[in-house]
Design a protein around this ligand. Structure first.
Ligand SMILES: NC(=O)c1ccc[n+]([C@@H]2O[C@H](COP(=O)([O-])OP(=O)(O)OC[C@H]3O[C@@H](n4cnc5c(N)ncnc54)[C@H](O)[C@@H]3O)[C@@H](O)[C@H]2O)c1
Length: 253
């Protein structure tokens, strides 16, 4: 495909653009802070001007905090930054692209990256889990909305497990102003006898990002509501069991 690559780090986007150009595709790199609505609108303008109709939108930019910390040790800025990139970034993507996708006769597809962290309890990671769970709920509703309105736009929620990327270093991208109200970071292991919390790229057994590509492509081609890179955490079954046990009978529609 021809691809517009957006990232807050322009050089990172340019590296991917150059790979695509070397494959003989058209590609453009655009520096974009997805937490800013105006920047995502401007990105959509560039995308439609450069490539015409957009078939696939991947809302994939994401950040996390390190070290892991308790919600009560987190600052307002911690939450605002993570929600801003992870949830509002995906929202801004929908808002900027969906009207133009809907106006096109061609089918389109949106992939929103959530996380396996939302499918199991993840202590020390509340802001991230909240932001990624918001993506799950938003995707569930918008997929149904687009289908009900006959827009021809599919939505997939991608739930990655651990993947070998530079993800754990994302605090480097945090605007300095966001740190203004930080109270001083208390590592999560302060509360767990020194046992550190590891996730994502730091986890033994994290997979190669190249293995995720075919999974996402399959979800787009088959308009799947979900894409998974790893086995389903057992907690999902436990949650289903508890909800079933506690729900009124007969089931309420
Ligand atoms: N790596 C994992 O183990 C893992 C697990 C579950 C979910 N995820 C999710 O996968 C997605 C991709 O992450 P990744 O693992 O490839 O990490 P990554 O750090 O390599 O990629 C994330 C990209 O987002 C960009 N970014 C950060 N803030 C931005 C902003 N404000 N505007 C635009 N771009 C911004 C970064 O520059 C980076 O290139 C993220 O949403 C992440 O939450 C990753």
């Amino acid at each position: 495909m021809d691809v517009v690559v957006a990232d807050i780090e322009l050089e990172a986007a340019e590296r991917v653009r150059d790979e695509l150009l070397a494959l003989g595709r058209r590609s453009v790199a655009v520096r974009t802070d997805v937490s800013q609505a105006a920047e995502v609108e401007a990105l959509a303008d560039v995308a439609y001007a450069e490539l015409g109709d957009i078939a696939v939108l991947a809302n994939n930019a994401g950040v996390t905090w390190r070290p892991y910390r308790a919600s009560w040790d987190a600052s307002i800025g911690d939450f605002e930054w993570i929600m801003g990139v992870n949830f509002w970034g995906a929202f801004h993507g929908h808002r900027a692209f969906v009207p133009r996708m809907a106006a096109s006769p061609l089918p389109a597809h949106i992939v929103n990256t959530s996380s396996i962290a939302t499918l199991k309890p993840t202590p020390g990671h509340a802001a991230y889990t909240a932001s990624k769970a918001a993506i799950g709920g938003f995707s569930l509703a918008t997929r149904a909305e687009y289908a009900a309105a006959g827009l021809g736009i599919g939505v997939t929620v991608l739930y990655p497990g651990p993947v070998q990327t530079g993800f754990a270093t994302s605090e480097r991208l945090r605007p300095a102003a966001d740190r203004a109200d930080a109270r001083g970071v208390v590592p999560w292991q302060t509360y767990t006898d020194g046992e550190p919390m590891r996730a994502g790229a730091e986890t033994p057994g994290a997979i190669d990002p190249a293995a995720v590509g075919p999974i996402v492509l399959d979800a787009i081609e088959h308009d799947r509501p979900y894409a998974m890179t790893h086995p389903l955490p057992p907690y999902v079954h436990e949650r289903a069991r508890l909800l079933t046990e506690l729900s009124p009978h007969p089931p309420v529609e």
